[in-house]
Ligand binder design. Structure first.
Ligand code: NAP
Length: 336
């Protein structure tokens, strides 16, 4: 039987995920939509000829008896309330990052889920589903490069909109590295530091870009990540793990090696959606399959909470220009 989904938030990623569910993945169908901008949800449903109704409120969608599971793709500040409501209704919920905009909010979700006694929450950290990252993890796990010692990363976007302000380089962008590197290294962070190099003239007013984030893990691994969101030249994600006996690099996406007009070159993608399109597909397929089988298996609410605590530490480190400790305590048994 196909899993009946309700989607809250029909903006950019909500629409992408709905198209995925209707055209690419199997085992689920969208039966209900909700968006604060109701007209937008309605127009989208009609344009895509969805066999789904648009409901007035998110609460109504979560409570609907024909909605088996919920997809939260609205803007970040609404996530905590919607995930808590889904847990209270006993429904599995896939929540796009961030799980909550504060560590305290993410902790409330962890506590509510544990109180309910059953895993219901998956967070949209899709890089764990990327073939390149999975191959890199395999290389680390099988000992090919010995024990990991250092990690060098870059997260570069060609440009960001004017609405991208303040600490979004950490809460919206670097948050992906925060989760992915914890998973890759099977380790937790103990401290964060943020350095602001010379500012590019291509960043819009009010944005200090680039930044460099330094993390230290429990095992003593040192991570440096350049976050450069107005780099102009492409959406360029790099990750190199240096171990005791070798170094392993995240593979670049396949690109034709061109020899033309006196140059040898390969393209750099410009669009983040394209870079991780296969990962998004697999992420949703695995969520659908595991949810239908009654066991959510992807990134947990605890992972979302850890990411939020780390992001808060990075923000504090940036403000104080100091090394800020990351203290979170042991992972509850509930999360394995
Ligand atoms: P978006 O285009 O602004 O879409 C969000 C939609 O949700 C808008 O239509 C918004 O309506 C609506 N909305 C806001 N609050 C709501 C509420 N309480 N109930 C119902 N609908 C509500 O944003 P987006 O780019 O799709 O991003 C959505 C979320 O996905 C963000 O948290 C973002 O960080 C995350 N995301 C993750 C990835 C990833 O790589 N995993 C990529 C992109 C986005 P209004 O426009 O009227 O406010």
């Amino acid at each position: 039987m196909s899993l009946r989904l309700g989607v809250i938030g029909t903006g950019a990623i909500g629409q992408d995920h709905i198209r995925r569910i209707t055209r690419k993945t199997h085992g689920a169908r969208v039966v209900a939509l909700n968006d604060i901008a109701r007209a937008q949800a309605q127009a989208f449903a009609e344009r895509e000829r969805l066999d789904a109704r648009v409901v007035e409120t998110a609460g109504e969608l979560i409570a609907a008896p024909d909605v088996d599971a919920v997809l939260v793709t609205s803007w970040g500040p609404s996530h905590e309330e919607l995930v808590l409501a889904s847990i209270a209704a006993g429904k599995p919920v896939f929540c796009e990052k961030p799980l909550a905009t504060t560590a305290a909010g993410a902790r409330r979700i962890v506590d509510a889920e544990m109180q309910g006694g059953r895993r219901l929450v998956q967070v949209g950290f899709m890089r764990r589903y990327d073939a390149g990252y999975r191959a890199l993890k395999q290389t680390v796990d099988d000992g090919t490069i010995g024990a990991a010692l250092m990690v060098h990363c870059a997260h570069r976007n060609p440009a960001v909109p004017e609405a991208y302000v303040g600490d979004m380089a950490i809460t919206d962008t670097f948050i992906h590295e925060i989760d992915t590197l914890r998973w890759l290294l099977d380790d937790d962070y103990v401290s964060a530091q943020v350095i602001e190099p010379r500012r590019t003239r291509n960043a819009h007013a009010g944005l200090h870009d680039p930044i460099v984030v330094l993390l230290e893990t429990r095992k003593g691994i040192r991570i440096d990540c350049e976050v450069f969101v107005a780099c102009r030249f492409g959406y360029d994600i790099r990750c190199q793990i240096v171990g005791e006996t070798g170094a392993a690099d995240l593979p670049d996406p396949p690109s034709v090696a061109l020899r033309s007009a006196g140059r040898a070159s390969t393209a750099i993608q410009m669009d983040w959606k394209q870079r991780f399109v296969d990962a998004y597909d697999l992420e949703l397929q695995e969520w659908i399959t595991s949810t239908a089988a009654g066991a959510v298996s992807g990134p947990t609410a605890w992972d979302g909470y850890f990411a939020a605590v780390t992001a808060d530490a990075c923000i504090a480190a940036r403000q104080t220009r100091r090394i800020v400790p990351i203290e979170i305590g042991a992972r509850p048994r509930f999360y394995g």
